[in-house]
Design a protein around this ligand. Structure first.
Ligand code: IMP
Length: 194
């Protein structure tokens, strides 16, 4: 079975992606691989940030690996917080402070349209491949739910009346940007000739 290192320290992302992969591939987290590193994400695109994470781990380990970078893109804020989603309210990467800032910036705004966008970078046999997933929805005015992470308590995907934070991981995966990008990764790996 193909083994891939998932270049993230975010256990929520690992849990979500492991369920989508459904044991078709062997995923090892950075922690499980004994790698203690916080890779900077200094770029202005999700693609470049995803790429720097997977190429850094590939250079360190010479093993197949992938990473992902995700941003919340809000229409009326011209796509912000976007690639800066983790640090929207400052370098401490505080989920609650980020939500507070977002709700303040959207106060009394009627257009609440937003989308999550995920870009996966896969380093396979020293070549890089990208996969994208988008989930469209809206930002509500007050937080609801306690599951998940990040902006989950204020985001309702199109086709649901619950926030991501009111859903189980399995429910979130029906709609999620990360699942859609992972589906493309799986399809690619299934058709790859080794
Ligand atoms: P990262 O740089 O890909 O780790 O993600 C940037 C930020 O986007 C995270 O710190 C979260 O605040 C937010 N984020 C990423 N994915 C999700 C998600 O699936 N739900 C809610 N927020 C997310």
């Amino acid at each position: 079975m193909l083994t891939l290192i998932f270049a993230t320290n975010n256990q929520h992302k690992v849990d979500e992606i492991r369920i989508v992969l459904n044991n078709q591939f062997n995923i090892i987290t950075l922690k499980e691989a004994g790698i203690d590193i916080d890779i900077p994400e200094p770029y202005n695109t999700l693609q470049e940030n995803a790429s720097t994470k997977s190429t850094t781990i590939h250079q360190l380990t010479h093993k197949n690996c992938f990473s992902e970078d995700t941003g919340l893109e809000v229409e009326i804020l011209n796509g912000e917080p976007g690639v800066k989603s983790a640090r929207y309210a400052g370098d401490t990467k505080n989920f609650q402070a980020n939500i507070d800032k977002l709700l303040l910036n959207l106060k009394e705004k009627e257009n609440r349209t937003a989308q999550f966008r995920t870009v996966i970078s896969l380093m396979l046999n020293s070549k890089e491949y990208f996969f994208e997933g988008i989930c469209k929805g809206k930002i509500i005015t007050e937080q609801k739910g306690v599951s998940g992470f990040g902006y989950d308590p204020v985001f309702i995907p199109d086709g649901s009346n619950k926030t991501f934070a009111e859903m189980t991981i399995e429910e979130k995966n029906i709609f999620s940007h990360r699942r859609k990008a992972t589906d493309k990764l799986i399809e690619f790996l299934k058709n790859y000739t080794y």
